[in-house]
Design a protein around this ligand. Structure first.
Ligand SMILES: CC(C)(COP(=O)(O)OP(=O)(O)OC[C@H]1O[C@@H](n2cnc3c(N)ncnc32)[C@H](O)[C@@H]1OP(=O)(O)O)[C@@H](O)C(=O)NCCC(=O)NCCS
Length: 151
């Protein structure tokens, strides 16, 4: 099994990571913001958000963005995407597990929030299998799930 790593987004690799969004089919473009938008969200977050490229070996296959929401004082996984041709290979799960471990090690983070368009069955199945539970809340039309972190 190829190793999945999270790598910093830099001036040398941001472009291929942005281009991963181009291959997403129309229906999935409703599920997740374009990676260029997410990178600008990170850029203008005053350091509150952390972003990574997801790599399978040396190949860029996805993107994640997470961080602290100052308004709600909650920690969120804000974006996760795997390029269309690379989906269904376990990369999304591996990336999510690594983000969860990073947040678990973050002082003050005792729960992680994530939201998704209700029709996004892959996201619902993935997050549920990782232990996220439905809060019953809906934000901007998206179902809000929560993972409690035990030390
Ligand atoms: C959702 C997404 C991140 C999952 O990543 P992935 O690499 O394709 O998923 P994995 O191969 O790691 O599979 C993990 C789990 O997701 C679920 N899953 C993946 N594809 C699925 C599908 N087509 N239908 C239903 N469940 C699916 C399964 O529970 C799977 O676990 P299993 O293999 O043990 O059954 C990816 O499909 C994606 O980027 N989609 C478009 C953007 C998006 O929807 N992002 C999430 C926004 S909230």
């Amino acid at each position: 099994m190829v190793e999945i790593t999270l790598r910093e987004v830099t001036r040398d690799n941001w472009r291929p990571l942005v281009l991963l969004s181009r291959a997403l089919p129309q229906d999935q473009q409703r599920y997740v913001a374009h990676n260029a938008i997410s990178m600008l969200d990170a850029h203008y977050s005053d350091g509150a958000y952390t972003q990574f490229g997801v790599y399978a070996g040396e190949q860029p296959v996805g993107y994640v963005l997470y961080g602290h929401d100052n308004d709600s004082a909650q920690w969120w996984i804000i974006r996760v995407m795997i390029a269309h041709g690379e989906q269904g290979k376990g990369y999304g799960r591996a990336a999510m597990q690594q983000v969860i471990e990073r947040l678990r090690a973050t002082p003050g983070c005792d729960a992680i929030y994530i939201s998704f368009v209700p029709e996004n069955q892959a996201a619902r199945a993935l997050y549920s299998s990782l232990g996220f539970e439905d809060t019953g809340e809906v934000e901007d039309g998206e179902a809000v799930y929560r993972l409690a972190l035990t030390p």
